[in-house]
Design a protein around this ligand. Sequence first.
Ligand SMILES: C[S@@+](CC[C@H](N)C(=O)[O-])C[C@H]1O[C@@H](n2cnc3c(N)ncnc32)[C@H](O)[C@@H]1O
Length: 441
Amino acid sequence: MRPELEVTIEKLVHGGEGLARLPEGQVVFVPDVIPGERVRIQIVQNLGDYAIARLLEVLEPAAERRTPLCPLFGKCGGCQFQHLPYEEQLREKLRIFKETLWRTGKIEEGLVQGIVPSPQEYHYRNRLQFHVHQETGTLGFLKRRSHDLVPVRYCYLTTSEVNEVLSKLPEIPAWKRLHPYIKRVNLGLSPTEKKVVMLLWTKVPPRREDLYEIKSEISALKAIFYWVRGPEPQGPFPEDAPYRGRRVFSVPKEVAGLPQDQQFFASAGVFVQANWEINLALISYVKEKAMVQPGERVLDVHCGIGNFLLPLSVNCNRGLGVDTDHRAIADGQENSMIWGLTGVSLRVSSAIEALIDLFKETETYPIVVLDPPRGGCKEILRFLPEVANEKIIYVSCDPPTLARDLRILQEKGFVIEEIKAFDMFPQTFHLESVSILRRTL
Ligand SMILES: C[S@@+](CC[C@H](N)C(=O)[O-])C[C@H]1O[C@@H](n2cnc3c(N)ncnc32)[C@H](O)[C@@H]1O
């Protein structure tokens, strides 16, 4: 039997857990706590330098502690902060962000210009990926620090349409026939249509009739795709789903910078920012800081469907976007045509290959956008200064790798002008940010 202990929480850290010290000074991480709280814990793993604990009881709760909305909070690995009022979440996330930047990158906290709150505290997520419970067919998330599944019939982070699919799907006879073969399920809202696109990763192709039965039982579903292997999923089902089953996202004309509202189209499973409202704030900020002038050129080395590249290119109609996902590039190419940006080109390439090619061709760009996955983009920083001759706009979803990369960029002659955080993911520890760098050497 592992011992039970009492500790006082010193602070929250990246990952959302509370940090406390055991009597001998060893650091212990505790979930679902608030700084200052006295709690009873049980150590579940001792890793030498630090230990991981389970929260047994909050002995002296903080005044701000609130009851989490979701009954799965504490079990499901999706949320870490539902017990904190939203204002407090923002304060803590900003403080942790500044601390991470300083610890890893020696970046002064004064450079961080605050945090932009999400317009919605709940029901903001337009896409979610689920595992499938093998016995019941219920979709679910993984438990914290575990590979066990927590069945989820309702998620407070996502929209009513996605929740309709979550609640109805397990009861449908066709799904009961299909689900033993399904490995993962991606549900993506098409916000403009308020309909959901479902993508199934499956071991064997499903029967078409089963897909039609599922579609007919869930009014929120727009289309179903399935992916067995190969470069593309099969679908849409039904075959005549609007816009070939792609998701549609509206961009107001003020954000797009064009006389009319614009749209982005995205194929099933292709990356789209998960909180569209805060994404619009991100795009506006990136545009304001980039200040693209006619005649300039924009390079976006993780361009996806053109989320930043297209709004940035409206002033110059000259831009290059690259991404390793060939389906995102195909969407981006169509999007750039719809936006009337005939001078923008999008290619399938890794960021490093694109930079090496541009370096060989002695091509330089005054504005370069980086928006890498969580691992950051250390591998491209050697060639980036050869191509980025003025501003770098680094959009990041992972503060530790951002801090590492910013430090390297500073050593290579870029100064950080400012950094701004955006709360793309309320109730979780995840944080989006934009850093603006300018070349000095
Ligand atoms: C965080 S998403 C951002 C996409 C886009 N900027 C947006 O806002 O929708 C990261 C993108 O980087 C792409 N990616 C991953 N590794 C890459 C690499 N080595 N080179 C270029 N793109 C890469 C992914 O396919 C994905 O589209």
